[in-house]
Design a protein around this ligand. Structure first.
Ligand code: SF4
Length: 354
């Protein structure tokens, strides 16, 4: 039998499942504690749980479904993990060290169908969605790596910005968020979690309605439809008018701010006219929208795209600031390893294919 990952169950569903199989409600809390607080990797290690219950769990579920295939560590402490899933697919997960804590960037799909023209991940089309358990397991594996180092460190933040479009795997994403936020488990604060989307407007509305309190980031990357369609083909199906309307819905419904991600590509979208266009697009949303500027990380496969010069990045930033736009420049992590999202995975796949 192909067993599911137990990490894919919310506490509520685990409780229902165990009760449905004749076990008392408190067993679920016990198992949950072993999974997320004591972080065991085998059911047999849950020594105070009734053996009948453990037998039942082991018959239907597994704790570990993936293996660490490769790990790259940067001088700044960033670690890029490449995990091999049970079907042989490879996925990337990244641990980053910040002044405010440790964040993990998770992958939600094997490959991606959005096809952003600058992205290493988008070169490999989506072959499948990750299950909620496979997304949770990425956090658990990174946390177990930290546990082994015995430095008393915990993952404190999550960014859902790895390979894939999270809103194209909506149900599993929502289950994942509920599992990692659960106060009896990893208890990650909703405000420490950020989900990034390429701008699937209908899903932004659905996400707003769920009011999960997590942060939302939108990959904008261009101030007008003509340029955005060149960079992100999704813009043809969901143009800026529709995207901005969904953002307005989100802002009104959740009363939360959004981050607008803007990758700066040399001579493509990094000129003053683009900064002014972005200002106009943001318009009266200034109070609720923050722009995050990201100097482009070049990848071999897209040699036509170059990183913006430092002066252009600063000039773009200054133009936005002068227009009273809330704006930051993203600090880089792991520049001495395969820093761009999907780069390590695509290199490994190429090396394997030959
Ligand atoms: S940037 Fe994100 S959404 Fe776009 S192709 Fe890459 S992984 Fe997919």
């Amino acid at each position: 039998m192909n067993k599911d990952s137990i990490y894919g169950l919310t506490l509520e569903r685990l409780t229902e499942w165990l009760e449905g199989h004749g076990h008392k409600k408190f067993r679920a809390a016990q198992v949950w504690d072993w999974l997320y607080r004591k972080r065991v990797t085998e059911f047999s290690e849950m020594i105070d749980v009734n053996p009948e219950c453990l037998k039942l769990l082991a018959e239907h579920y597994v704790i570990q479904t993936s293996d660490e295939h490769l790990k790259q560590e940067s001088a700044d402490g960033t670690i890029k993990f490449l995990f091999k899933l049970k079907d042989g697919n490879l996925i990337e997960t990244v641990l980053m060290r910040h002044k405010y804590g440790l964040s993990v960037c998770v992958t939600t799909q094997v490959g991606c169908n959005i096809g952003c023209s600058f992205c290493a991940s988008g070169l490999l089309p989506k072959s499948r969605d990750l299950s909620a358990g496979e997304i949770v397991e990425q956090i658990m594996k990174v946390q177990q790596h930290l546990d082994l180092a015995k430095l008393n460190e915990n993952v404190s933040h999550i960014v859902v910005m790895g390979i894939g479009e999270p809103f194209d795997n909506f149900k599993n994403l929502v289950d994942f968020l509920q599992i990692v936020k659960d106060q009896k488990g990893l208890a990650l604060g909703a405000r420490h979690i950020t989900v990034s989307t390429s701008g699937l407007a209908d899903k932004i509305i659905e996400f707003a309605d769920l009011d999960l309190q997590v942060n939302l980031a939108i990959s904008l990357h261009a101030p007008n439809n003509e340029l955005r369609t060149r960079i992100m083909k999704i813009n043809r199906a969901i143009p800026l008018e529709k995207l901005m309307a969904s953002i307005d819905y989100y802002l009104a419904k959740t009363n939360r701010r959004v981050t607008l991600e803007y990758i700066l590509i040399k001579d493509m979208n990094d000129q003053r006219e683009h900064a002014l266009g972005l200002t106009a697009l943001i318009g009266d949303r200034r109070e609720l929208a923050k722009v995050n500027l990201i100097p482009y990380n070049p990848v071999d496969e897209h040699s036509q795209y170059k990183r913006s010069e430092h002066e252009s990045v600063m000039a773009f930033y200054d133009t936005l600031k002068k227009q009273n736009i809330n704006c930051t420049i993203r600090l880089e992590h792991g520049t001495d390893i395969d820093a761009a999202c999907g780069q390590l995975r695509s290199k490994q796949i190429k090396a394997t294919v030959g």
